[in-house]
Design a protein around this ligand. Structure first.
Ligand code: UN1
Length: 497
């Protein structure tokens, strides 16, 4: 049954003022409408910002452990409803059910973690240069945050932003992707049920064009956290800079797996398949380049092709499915176009390359898992983010050549190396220019309690997830307190006795 999604503004569920809606479709079978999304405009955003501004002065003063208790209740509710929410992720976004459930699990993990942070939001207490004086640093909230999230992790990525923003004492306007509005609405319903006060979290549905930029640059917003394409992130960052707003962006990736000649090839292939085709390649951490040592290049390709051709493509709700659909027609066409580009560039198409145009799969956005070999490091398919089930295999002469290839892109999110040589792993760990490095494991699967983000065009501002050094830095600023209890005027840098 299709479900209506509404905006949540100041604790009230409301339709967008325009009254306009758009359907959210099941990408595995577009005859199924999952829900309708309200198409908001600037006036809806204005009311949400006003509600968040009004709620801020009291929310910031709620003791952080109390804020944590509410988030803990949200974690418990998410856990109780994990199965139902996981199925919804698969129906609305398309990823296979194990990954749909994992999407929800990541939100649960983040909720428990941030609930605990309510009792740990620590700063430093340090001695003063002067007697009878003390000094400390405190984390304080930034204010009202706009959180803008993509469709590929419809529950996890919102949770990565919402829970740390709230535990830190900020209030929020959440603008989810218009392709996964029902998942977003369920998450916010749960937060409301957990007891988040009115106005502390507001939900505004709509498209990026209509709502995203208007929200991010709204004068009532103090900070923005965005996950999506590098182009949009950079545009928002420029706009925010001119309004003096905080902004952090987590954007694209072109993530390599290096396979050395001493690697366990079966394991490396499993990693390539999981990283390349998991979530149908629609992760910013997807392994879209496999850089293979020339000594094992042909052997690796043989095993990879066999494993790829065994993958079952289909509706993610079926247990036997390995690879689900692309999210929408535009993404599907973009990926098909890259496959044509790869062929024209002279890469060798080893398997896949086509859309499914007959049978049940013709009702969804399905593309065969695709592998190109003999890809040159400079080709577009080796340089640009495809965000689909397309893997490019590139030959390398040795470790240093492999690392050069890995680094020769404008992105730097995640990278992996398969090797049994501890020295090679140490060199890779040191020299791979990415925010995340995996050793003997694929490029995907970051855990929520470590900072997540990348170098170069993969992101800007603070790291996502994690605690100190990550999300807490994104959502708090430092305040320093000097207290002089000497009863005299003491002058730092001058009074030396
Ligand atoms: C993303 O694709 O934007 O490491 C995030 C991973 C997931 C998060 C991916 N935990 O693949």
């Amino acid at each position: 049954m299709a479900e209506d999604t509404k905006n949540l503004i100041n604790g009230r569920w409301e339709c967008a003022i325009s009254g306009k809606t758009m359907d959210s479709l099941n990408p595995a079978d577009t005859r199924e409408v999952i829900g309708t999304v309200s198409l908001s405009g600037s006036k809806d955003v204005d009311s949400a910002v006003e509600a968040a501004r009004r709620a801020y002065p009291s929310w910031r003063l709620v003791p952080a452990p109390r804020r944590g208790e509410i988030i803990y209740r949200a974690a418990e509710l998410l856990l109780k409803r994990k199965d139902e929410l996981g199925v919804l992720v698969t129906r609305e976004m398309g990823k296979v059910i194990t990954e749909g459930l994992a999407d929800v699990q990541e939100a649960i993990d983040m909720a428990y973690y941030m609930a605990g942070e309510g009792r740990r939001l620590s700063g430093e207490t340090v001695p003063s240069e002067l007697p009878n004086k003390d000094c400390k640093s405190l984390r304080v909230p930034i204010g009202v945050f706009a959180l803008i999230t993509p469709w590929n992790f419809p529950t996890a990525i919102p949770a990565w932003k919402i829970f740390p923003a709230l535990i830190s004492g900020n209030t929020v306007i959440f603008k989810p992707s218009s392709f996964t509005p029902v998942c977003a609405t369920r998450l916010i319903e749960i937060l409301a049920e957990a007891g988040i006060p009115n106005g502390v979290i507001n939900l505004v549905h709509g498209t990026g064009d209509e709502v995203g930029e208007y929200l991010a640059t709204h004068p009532g917003i103090d900070g923005v956290s965005f996950t999506g394409s590098s182009a949009v992130g950079e545009k928002l960052a420029k706009a925010c800079a001119s309004f003096d707003k905080e902004i952090s962006c987590e954007t694209g990736g072109k993530n390599p797996i290096i396979v050395m000649d001493d690697a366990i090839l079966e394991l490396a292939v499993e990693g390539a398949i999981w990283g390349g085709f998991g979530s149908t390649g629609q992760r910013c951490t997807a392994a879209s380049r496999i850089v293979v040592h020339e000594n094992v290049y042909n052997d690796f390709l043989d095993i990879l092709i066999k494993a790829t051709s065994k993958l079952m493509v289909g509706n993610g709700l079926k247990n036997e499915t390995d690879v689900g659909p692309l999210i929408n027609e535009e993404q599907m066409n973009k990926v098909l176009n890259y496959i044509e580009v790869g062929k024209k560039e002279g890469a060798r198409l080893l398997t896949g390359g086509r859309r499914y145009t007959s049978g049940d799969l013709a009702n969804g956005y399905f593309i065969e898992p695709t592998v190109f070999a003999d890809v040159d490091r400079g080709m577009r398919i080796a340089q640009e983010e495809i965000f689909g089930p397309v893997v490019s295999v590139i030959k390398a002469k040795d470790l240093y050549d492999a690392i050069d290839i890995a680094n020769c892109v404008q992105y730097g999110l995640s990278a992996a190396i398969y090797t049994q040589d501890v020295n090679a792993s140490a060199i890779a760990e040191r020299d791979l220019d990415t925010g995340v490095v995996y050793i003997n494991s694929s490029t995907i699967g970051a855990e929520i309690h470590l900072p997540f983000g990348g170098t170069k065009r993969s992101g800007l501002g603070h790291r996502e997830a994690g605690g100190r050094g990550g999300a807490l830095d994104m959502f708090t600023k430092w305040k320093v307190i000097y207290r002089d209890f000497s009863g005299m005027l003491q002058k730092a840098q001058i009074d030396k006795e």
